[in-house]
Design a protein around this ligand. Structure first.
Ligand code: DQA
Length: 152
């Protein structure tokens, strides 16, 4: 049997505080809850996941670079780096893996500075506003995308 493709599920700054961080915006699930749900969803989809979080831009860039050799795709919630980080965009463009961008909140309903995403330029698609469910939708989309590419 072919090896299950691995997806890097990457969360950026302050997402380690989920559960207590502005629950009216981000909900009450913790990052550990989200990662457990991602592992379950991945298994059901025939994928494996490598879940990581960092508050540091350079560490996220390093993990994205490493993913070139270890992952088939990336599900990424870059947190505030979404709106500021050319370095994360460049890393994603450099490795060329399929990327699905996720946000718990609907960033389009929020402040003006959240309307711009650098990361979207490297993403196959963006899921925002569905809370925790967004990660599960992203994994479903990634499974379909990878299966489609394997079939070509
Ligand atoms: C976020 C939205 C960002 O604007 C914010 O900086 C975050 C979380 C979200 O998941 O809704 O940290 O990415």
């Amino acid at each position: 049997m072919a090896k299950a493709p691995s997806v890097l599920v990457l969360n950026g700054p302050n997402l380690n505080l989920l559960g207590t961080r502005e629950p009216e915006i981000y909900g009450t699930a913790t990052l550990a809850d989200i990662e457990a749900l991602c592992r379950k969803q991945a298994k059901a989809l025939g994928l494996t996941v490598d879940c990581r979080q960092s508050n540091t831009e350079g560490e996220l860039v390093g993990w994205i670079q490493e993913a070139r050799d270890s992952a088939a795709g990336i599900v990424l919630n870059p947190g505030a780096y979404t709106h500021t980080s050319v370095a994360i965009l460049d890393a994603l463009l450099a490795i060329g893996l399929p990327v699905i961008e996720v946000h718990l909140s609907n960033t389009h309903k929020r402040e003006d500075f959240r309307q711009q995403s650098y990361v979207s330029r490297a993403a196959e698609g963006v899921i925002c506003g569905f809370g925790v469910q967004g990660y599960l939708l992203a994994l479903e989309a990634m499974a379909a995308l990878l299966a489609d590419r394997r079939g070509k």
